[in-house]
Design a protein around this ligand. Structure first.
Ligand code: RIB
Ligand code: NA
Length: 308
């Protein structure tokens, strides 16, 4: 396997409105889309569309959304042999509002995702061992994420720990066991206790994240670009973002993480910086059209230079 993702699957119910409603307000939106989402699923689909062998480890309910989620993985070419179905809870859903500015706000009801725990991950140890890159986030049972990082480290497999959604009070193990930690502004703030809203602040926060023990730390700042550093080279590198008109930024971070996993798994000849640059270009394409997975490009739609 090139990329294995251990993570969440949701049905995304996206409503497009001029702006976010105020508390107590009823307002009229102009579009409604039901699509496949969940940070883990998005990252997996983003990677597979670029052209690599990809497996998803996740849990859905024994319901229509769950069946559709698994079918969606299959039609994208993702291996679903490691997906599990539970009778104990329903498939995760996300109620998303997207304002005309392209910004979003999301309420998730995780359901079956939270029932994905360390036991499920231990059961797929061989899959993890045989993968080039393993990706995890914080939208499933925390023990599942930690076990993923532990097994990846045990078998010397490269791991990407995407610290989304933001969570405070993560135990040290998450950092020490992460090969590559990837955080957005909010998450970086929550984990470092520092303000992170511009490049200079991200540069400071990167140092704090590295001190917590990950080998590489990446902070994504949306349209302001990306900053990264590593234990070997602690001096942060800044990668500017391509300027685009954002229509819907939902899942852009997942597109970035999935693309990075693709590049690290299939293009070990590329520098880390180049892999990040290309991933950020692909994520910037996803914000220019509506929806989460709907907006993720396939390899055939991308400029060949991204694969040279
Ligand atoms: O990162 C975007 C994702 O967050 C959405 O697809 C939604 O399901 C939530 O998990
Ligand atoms: Na989009």
């Amino acid at each position: 396997m090139d990329v294995t993702v251990v993570g969440s699957c949701n049905m995304d119910l996206s409503t497009y409105a001029p702006r976010f409603p105020k508390p107590g307000e009823t307002m009229t939106g102009h579009k409604y889309v039901v699509g496949f989402g969940g940070k883990g699923a998005n990252q997996c689909v983003s990677a597979v569309r670029l052209g690599c062998k990809t497996a998803m480890v996740g849990k859905v309910g024994n319901d229509d959304n769950g069946n559709r989620t698994i079918d969606n993985f299959k039609s994208n070419g993702v291996t679903t042999d490691y997906m599990t179905i539970t009778d104990q809870s329903s498939t995760g859903v996300a109620a998303i509002t997207i304002a005309d500015t392209g910004e979003n706000s999301i309420v998730i009801v995780p359901g079956a995702n939270l029932l994905l725990t360390a036991v499920d991950v231990t059961a797929v140890e061989d899959l993890i061992k045989g993968s080039k890159v393993v990706v995890c986030q914080l939208e499933v049972g925390l023990s599942a994420t930690l076990e993923t990082l532990r097994l990846a480290r045990k078998h010397n497999v490269r791991s990407i720990f995407n610290t989304a959604p933001a969570q405070s009070g993560l135990s040290n193990d998450f950092f020490v066991l992460s090969d590559i930690l990837c955080a957005n502004e909010n998450e970086a703030e929550m984990m470092t206790g520092l303000p992170v809203s511009d490049v200079a602040q991200a540069v400071t926060a990167i140092g704090v994240l590295l001190d917590k023990g990950c080998r590489y730390a990446i902070i994504t700042l949306g349209e302001k670009g990306t900053v990264f550093a590593s234990q070997e080279n602690k001096k942060p590198t800044y990668i500017p973002a391509t300027k685009v008109k954002a229509v819907d930024t939902t899942g852009a971070g997942d597109s970035f993480v999935g693309s990075l996993a693709f590049y690290l798994a299939t293009r070990p000849d590329l520098s880390f910086e180049k892999a990040l640059q290309r991933s950020s270009i692909i994520a910037s394409i996803s914000v220019q059209s509506p929806g989460t997975q709907y907006s993720y490009p396939w390899r055939k739609d991308l400029q060949p230079e991204l694969f040279e």
